[in-house]
Every structure is written in C-alpha cells, then in structure tokens.
Design a protein around this ligand. Structure first.
Ligand code: ASP
Length: 343
C-alpha cells in the first residue's frame, strides 16, 4: 500500500497558470505538437492513486487512453472497502446499491448507465452502450438487462459493512449528507478521510492522454448514500460529470451532483479551456458559477472539478478544502491537493 501522505503535495506550484494569452487569431488555442505530448492519467480523490497505476500500465504499453481509463476505474469499482464506488457502495434509502457511470473517447463517442444494479463494473457496461448500441444512455432495469445479455454477471453489491451503515442510517432516516465532511476533517498534516472509509459520497473521475496524444475519460460512482431510489447524479451525464473534447482537453467532477448538473459543469470547464483558461482557472470558474447562483447552499456542500488540457497540463478547484486528486506520469504517481479552494 502506498503511503498517501508521502505523495501529497500542494499543486499551487505545479498547476498551470491562467493562460488566456496564447490564443491564435481564430480565438482557439493552437494544438500542441504531437511529439511534445507525453502520456498522463489523472483522477479524483485518494483512491485515484491505485486506479492510476492500473491505467498507467495500459498507457505505458502504448495502449489507448480509452482502455486506460476503463481499466483504471475498475480498481475502485471492484474494491469492497470503497463505499462510494461500485461493489461495496453505500445503498440508496431502500437498500439498493445503484451505480452511475459514463465514458467518452477521443472521437466524441460516449456511453452511459444510470441506476444500474448488480453489476460490479458499470463503466464497462457504459463502454458497451457506446460501442454496441446506437444510444448513449441506458438506465435501471434496461441497463441491467443489456448487461446480462452481454455476459456480465449478476452479483450482490451490498457488502455487510455497507448494509450495517445503511441500517444505522435507517434509525433516523434523515437525508442530510455531510458534503463538506472532508473540510471538517481537513488537516494539512493528514488530509485523509474518516476512519474506515465512512464517507457518504465521492466518485472516481479519470482523464488520460495516450502516446498518440488522444484523450479519453471515465466517471463512475454509487452516488450519494441514502439517496431516493431512482435518483441519478451528475456522474453518468455527459457534460455534467464528464466531458472530453480531443481538441481541447477533458474535465470531470465530484461532489453534489445536482449542482454540477445545473451548471453543466464538465462541459463548461472544457469550453473555458477552449477559450484559453488554464485547467485550474477553468475549474475555478465552474465552481464560482455554483457559488454565485446558490451562495447559501454552497457553504455546506462540496463540488470539485478536475481538468486536463491537450498539452497535458492539469488543475483542479473545489468549493471546500480537502479535495484531492492523483496524477500519474512517467516521473511520478502523486496525490495532490488543489492549491486553493473557495472556502
Ligand atoms: N457526484 C456524485 C453524485 O452526485 C457524488 C460524488 O462525487 O461525491 O452522485
């Protein structure tokens, strides 16, 4: 197990600067020279470290970014100790583990599943929706039927630990997610989560560039713990939880999905990068939209954006302190915290 603290660094020094000065006459950022592009994978939260390692194996062997992000997010999806993604995720208020995921490639193809039950790797079902159907999104029973018809195994995703946590929650049955939980626990010396992974949200959003310079992204989660049965968050929604444009870059999000959907967050971040914003500045602007529209709500929730541009520059910004993301390149596999947050 990697020592997380060892890898935690502030990105204040490494995040690229606001770069609006580089635009060409057309108003677009000129694409970087392909020979300057180096493979990179970035992903949300501390569990991104292990996920990036799996993705890196694909990238380093010359594989496609799309394969890298799929393989990468398989790691937290299959980890029963991770209670916010895939197998072992905390259930909705009725006790169902319902998963949301989406994937997008360098050609603008995308696939998504929402409210999918019983399947350990929703990201792979999303990929199959993208590759084998004329559709973008399948939900609920239809998504499950499609997965089973395509050879996925039906499994019980509710672990004993998550069932216990849900039964405990049922005693009060109050849906009041402590979205700034990481802020409350934030400690510069040890910015870790609650002991025993008892957090009630978090998503893995992953973006990668391969040796051909192509970008892809994946996003997968069990969503907000104890949500209404049928609730869908931002994570499976193209443009909200994830967006990739191979000319510009990609973005992904985590936190209260409703606020991300309202602002079409990841699409916004990519469009801002298209206009010349650095990844960090674009993420910050997307966070500011949320705060400006709902300043009171924003005080008590977390939303974080993570972005990667075509040049391989990355950056993040969150409403609350405590957001972390992992970056893996030839030189490093680091866990970073954004240099700044709104609060
Ligand atoms: N965005 C996810 C959702 O709203 C949760 C999270 O990332 O914390 O379902």
């Amino acid at each position: 197990m990697l020592n997380r603290r060892k890898f935690i660094k502030s990105t204040a020094a490494t995040a690229s600067l606001f770069a609006i000065g580089n635009k060409s006459a057309s108003g677009m950022i000129p694409p970087p020279d392909i020979k300057d592009i180096k493979p990179i994978v970035i992903s949300t939260w501390d569990f991104g470290i292990a996920a990036n390692q799996a993705a890196w194996k694909v990238l380093v062997s010359g594989g496609r970014a799309l394969d890298a992000v799929e393989k990468g997010v398989h790691v937290p999806e299959a980890d029963p100790k991770n209670q916010s993604v895939g197998y072992g995720g905390l259930p909705d208020r009725d006790g169902h583990v319902t998963l949301d995921a989406c994937i997008m490639d360098e050609l603008g193809n995308c696939g998504s599943v929402a409210g999918l039950e019983h399947i350990v790797h929703p990201i792979s079902v999303a990929r199959l929706v993208m590759e084998k159907t004329p559709h973008v999104m399948l939900v609920g029973d239809g998504a499950l039927q499609f997965a089973l018809e395509n050879g996925f195994k039906k499994e019980n995703l509710l672990t004993k630990e998550s069932e216990k946590a849900w039964k405990e929650w049922l005693k009060t049955a109050k849906y009041a997610p402590v979205m700034n939980i990481e802020n409350k626990l934030y400690d510069k010396a040890a910015p870790t989560k609650l002991p025993g992974n008892q957090y009630n949200h978090d998503t893995i959003g992953m973006l990668a560039i391969d040796s051909k310079g192509n970008i892809s992204g994946a996003c997968t989660t069990s969503g907000m713990a104890y949500k209404l049965h049928g609730r869908v968050g931002d994570s499976p929604i193209i443009g909200a939880g994830l967006y990739v444009d191979n000319e510009v870059g990609g973005a992904t999000s985590t936190g209260v999905g409703e606020e991300v959907i309202r602002n079409v967050g990841s699409f916004l971040v990519v469009e801002l990068m298209r206009q010349g914003y650095s990844p960090e500045a674009a993420c910050k602007e997307a966070v500011m939209r949320i705060i400006k529209k709902k300043p009171e709500t924003a005080k008590n929730i977390q939303v974080g954006f993570l972005a990667l541009n075509k040049k391989g520059e990355y950056g993040a910004f969150a409403i609350q302190k405590g957001f972390s993301y992992a970056v893996c390149t030839e030189e490093k596999n680091d866990l970073l915290i954004p240099g700044k947050s709104y609060y």
